[in-house]
Design a binder for this molecule. Structure first.
Ligand code: SAJ
Length: 412
């Protein structure tokens, strides 16, 4: 089987790696020339365990090629971003539409087209299907079209792509069957056949479930700061109940999924999707909550920010609330940033970041922050204070004052 994958990002590239590892010929298409040039040398641009080795071998064996333009193939998979439109929160399908149009000259009867990008309910039927129908194809007969959302955790993408169950949403049953043959090349989880619109809403709802639960944890953190209770203890105690799983509060919700997908549902039914919107608003309010508490700890001075990725142990900083927090604080404070997972000429090491700092502000739960060099920190900071918004630091020497969501009420 030959597969052409449009978009060589966090999902497209690992997917390409798995097809090529399973002896399928793969063409990985992207609009970024530099990325294509590097991929053809076997150099990858994302931080994700296991991918680099597979791509390197696949390039050497000539089974994987990166290209700026699509090629004829048996199956086409679209894995391009779907941001939301700021004015009305609806799903911006423009990259998906452009990707579909870009493959039109290469598509032939009998091919399977799969949209993996997260899209709002009804997008496949209302927007994507007509693109191929206008080109003269009858869907379900000449061409098979399906929406098969990815559902993987960054950092564990390879494993989850292989082992997770997969939703296969066909425009018709034939479309779903054809798409399941494509994933059958490497997926070991169940392939669950359904309609495209069910697949679309299931994917959006998975991430909404998490967003709403995180909002509940964030609201709890605010309540506890107000009424003088340790929020982290409450979560630990409540979670001993066999059917309770309170999530963790934090500086806000980032990433390309949880911070976006709930809006796709909200935009479809704004009068009805009340909890979904409120959860988004609550999570969006967390950067302000962090800044307000920083101001209570120190009114001015130097802050060493630790971690700007949207989540721990990844170099992905898309939609990261850290940047909003840094922007909000930078008027009143001198900010230096240390993030061992992100290459940025403006970022510095732990030593430089903490030198003469008045506060360490932890915004991300990278493993490196679990056990910091406290001797260095005590040497560099006159009165060492840490505000850990991710509860990654469990213990500090007695000369360091640690704030987290367990004791913010002390600042009132
Ligand atoms: N976060 C919290 N508290 C928590 C959990 C997470 O504040 O208790 C924050 C994180 O710090 C981060 C954000 O939420 O800023 C999102 O992190 P995440 O790990 O929950 O989710 P993603 O965006 O990395 O991955 C999700 C996954 N979806 C679900 O778990 C339902 C993944 O399976 C999806 O494939 C991915 O979105 C996606 O592509 O949609």
């Amino acid at each position: 089987m030959k597969v052409c994958i449009i978009g060589q990002g966090y999902i497209g590239l690992p997917t390409a790696a798995l097809f090529s590892r399973n002896h399928c010929e793969v063409v990985g298409v992207d609009v970024n020339e530099k990325i294509i040039e590097n991929l053809n040398k076997g150099i990858i641009h994302i931080e994700e365990p296991g991918i680099a080795d597979i791509i390197k071998i696949a390039v050497e064996k000539n089974i994987y090629t990166a290209s700026l333009t699509p090629q004829k193939a048996d199956a086409f998979i679209i894995t391009v971003p779907t941001p939301y439109i700021v004015e009305n929160y609806s799903c911006d399908l423009s990259y998906v539409v452009t990707a579909c149009e870009s493959i039109l000259p290469y598509v032939e009867r009998g091919n399977t087209i799969i949209i993996e990008s997260t899209i709002a309910p009804m997008s496949t039927d209302d927007t994507i299907k007509p693109i191929f129908e206008k080109a003269g194809f009858e869907i379900g007969k000449d061409l098979y079209l399906a929406h098969c959302p990815e559902r993987v955790l960054p950092g564990k993408i390879l494993d989850e792509l292989v082992h997770n169950d997969r939703i296969i949403g066909g425009v018709t049953l034939e479309c779903a069957i054809k798409a399941s043959e494509v994933y059958g090349q490497f997926v070991e989880g169940d392939l669950m056949l359904t309609e495209a619109k069910t697949a679309e809403l299931s994917k959006c709802m998975e991430n909404t479930f998490r967003d709403v639960n995180i909002a509940l944890a964030n609201e709890l953190a605010k309540i506890c700061a107000e009424i003088g209770v340790n929020a982290l203890d409450v979560i630990e105690m409540a979670n001993k109940h066999p059917r309770v799983n309170l999530h963790s509060p934090g500086p806000g919700v980032g990433g390309h999924c949880l911070a976006i997908d709930p809006y796709f549902i909200y935009a479809k039914a704004p009068e009805t999707a009340k909890i979904i919107k409120l959860a988004r608003d609550t999570n969006n309010s967390m950067p302000d909550f962090v800044c307000d508490n920083v101001k209570k700890i120190i009114p001015n001075g130097k802050i060493a920010v630790l971690g700007v990725s949207y989540k721990g142990n990844t170099g992905d900083d898309r939609e990261s609330p850290s940047y909003e927090i840094i922007a909000k604080l930078s008027g009143d404070y001198k900010i230096s940033i240390y993030d061992p997972h992100i290459e940025n000429p403006d970022f510095v090491g732990l030593d430089e970041a903490t030198r003469d700092a008045d506060l360490i502000l932890v915004l991300c739960d990278h493993n490196e922050f679990k056990a910091l060099d406290y001797d260095l920190i005590c040497k560099n900071m006159k009165n060492p204070v840490i505000f850990d918004t991710k509860n990654i630091i469990k213990e500090v020497p007695s000369e360091i004052k640690l704030f987290n969501y367990g004791n913010l009420f002390e600042l009132n």
